[in-house]
Write a protein that binds this ligand. Structure first.
Ligand code: PLP
Length: 373
């Protein structure tokens, strides 16, 4: 807006409007600011319904929701849980919170999601379940996973923290495994500031999640605690934000797809230099972040590429490090060469609702110059 202000295009940007203000204002005016209040059950019901399941249990963060999900499935010290090598660290951390061991499975070259064909070789007598992650908003190929899990009596938790509204064969993610986990962190598809939710069809799992979330207090007997629980509650203010955000999720998803279609059009000519996201025929991708993976032909290394984009006012993110190389999760036995290769050369470009066609064109032009340099 100001003529001499340097261009800065952020990687993500939440959209907060009049509805958010109105509902948060209602919390303040009514003094229902903590973890009781009408917006919490309203948000839980509305978001679960959006996912196509009856129950939602809101939590203070996506990570807390993942932890609750694993506890509700009965994960205990000594157990193993299969997780993708390429994901945000919270997926593996939640397994460690339970005293269990995350076992890292390699990625698919094209969708960047966990490779279903590699899951079988990760199963041991200690394996209790699988956490699939719909990475960057593209759903995992669920049918083979669910089939394998059924045969081997394993649970499937969907970490859908990056994929609100994404669809697998016409069904929303979060509704496909025993439990679906979402995050509402500030850079996710919809936000509550910090926040998360577990969604499920199973009323017993819902009750267990609620118990563990609320310090373990017996719902029928005040200050009686049959188990050690946690304080993982969401506040009414967060839920008010979430309810307002949910009202506009369809618009937000359409805007993201529009941005993605501009990127596809503008980057298509760089096919020899860049690997772009795919969308399988059974998938509806929500493009949480539009990623590119630099091919061999790009002379510049990934970090210099990103630094040059930052110089041009374009904020980016590197792909996640594969978890098995991070100090607390280091695992020399993990075999994730595809995840390692993608992680080392992947860059997430700005992806949010406020991006204009001109900005996407500008970003693509900067990318092109760097590819050819
Ligand atoms: C964001 C995210 C989480 C954690 O959510 P928080 O709300 O930040 O705790 C978990 N898993 C994945 C894949 C994520 O992207």
């Amino acid at each position: 807006m100001i003529g001499d202000k340097r261009k800065f295009i952020p990687v993500s940007h939440p959209i907060l409007g009049a509805k958010e203000k109105q509902l948060v204002q209602e919390c303040l005016d009514s003094s229902w600011v903590s973890s009781a209040g009408r917006f919490i059950p309203l948000f839980e019901e509305a978001f679960a319904r959006y996912c196509g399941v009856p129950y939602g249990v809101a939590a203070s963060s996506g990570t807390a929701a993942l932890h609750l999900a694993l506890l509700a499935m009965g994960v205990r010290p000594g157990d193993e849980v299969i997780v993708p090598g390429l994901t945000y660290v919270a997926t593996a951390n939640a397994v460690v919170y339970c005293g269990a061991r995350p076992v890292f499975v390699d990625s698919e070259h094209e969708t960047w999601n966990l490779d279903v064909r590699r899951v079988r070789e990760c199963i041991t007598p200690k394996t209790r379940g699988i956490i699939v992650v719909h990475l960057y908003g593209h759903p995992v190929d669920m049918d083979p996973i669910l089939e394998l899990a059924r045969r081997r009596r394993l649970f499937v938790i969907e970490d859908a923290a990056q994929a609100h509204g994404a669809e697998y064969r016409g069904k929303r993610v979060g509704s496909l495994g025993e439990l679906g986990v979402f995050s509402f962190f500030g850079n996710k598809i919809i936000t509550t500031g910090e926040g998360g939710m577990v969604v499920t069809r199973d009323p017993d799992l819902r009750d267990r999640l609620r118990l563990l979330r609320g310090q373990g207090m017996d719902p029928g007997r005040r200050y009686w605690f049959p188990v050690v629980g946690y304080n993982y509650r969401m506040t009414n203010i967060q839920a008010a934000l979430g309810l307002a955000q949910l009202e506009y999720i369809q618009e937000r998803l359409e805007e993201r797809r529009q941005v993605a279609s501009w990127y596809y059009r503008e980057l298509a000519r760089l096919h020899d230099y860049l690997q772009l996201p795919v969308e399988r025929e059974w998938a509806r991708h929500v493009f949480w972040l539009f990623g590119i993976v630099l091919r061999e032909k790009v002379a510049l290394d990934r970090d210099h590429f990103m630094a040059a984009l930052a110089e041009a006012g374009v904020e980016t993110r590197p792909f996640f490090y594969p978890i098995h190389i991070l100090p607390p999760h280091r695992d020399a036995s993990a075999r994730c060469p595809v995840a390692e290769a993608i992680a080392a050369r992947g860059i997430s470009l700005p992806t949010h609702s406020l991006l204009t066609e001109d900005e996407v064109r500008y970003i693509a032009r900067q990318v092109e110059v760097l590819c050819r340099s």
